[in-house]
Design a binder for this molecule. Sequence first.
Ligand code: GAR
Length: 218
Amino acid sequence: MNAAGADSGTPPFRLGVLVSGSGSNLQSIIDKLHNGPANIGIAVVVSDNNKAKGLMRAAEAGIPTAVFSMIDFDDRVEHDRAMAAELKRHEVDLVVLAGYMLLVTPGLLDSFPYKVINLHPALLPAFPGASPIEDTMDYGARITGVTVHFVDEGADTGPIILQEAVEIKYNDTVESLRGRIHEVEHRILPRAIELIASGRVRFDEENPRRVIVDEDRP
Ligand code: GAR
């Protein structure tokens, strides 16, 4: 049996998922993709936080885990190099930042060029950063949403793969809005992974900022 649990003869598409906290998005990948018919498997879950609930979710699903705490490293590049080595050891095809709250550096990106994606709870390029839901509400925006994008060296600046809008209601609280954003995230992050794994995501040769998604092709 291969890592995705499929016996199709095709090697599974192997994910490394990075989490810092609750891991509800990791759970959506486990429930919707891991060992499923799309031949996608989570090879390893990595966290910077040894108390992350996401690590427990991974363990419950029988997925290997690893923790790389910043305090054990001199700098972020060294930290990310160690993490990249672990992801390489697990022969990961795509790295998914699913609620991973540290900025990643060339220590990781150089080992996985165009193979790191991030989930962000706002419609980028609006409201990048660490508290986008609060920032969106404080600003008084009426529409926000979810972005899945490739990661480059900037903060939430990489080419966008999928986005979906979420309306902000007058009586929303941060928590009620977060709940509706999570519903969208749990749908579009697994979808983006599936699209990449099946070769339906590519860069426009004339403008590599533009990502072309062949949603309609099976
Ligand atoms: C998600 O809403 C994700 O978009 C956000 O953290 C949350 C993690 O939830 N990520 C960022 O803000 C990255 N800048 P989860 O741990 O329940 O999956």
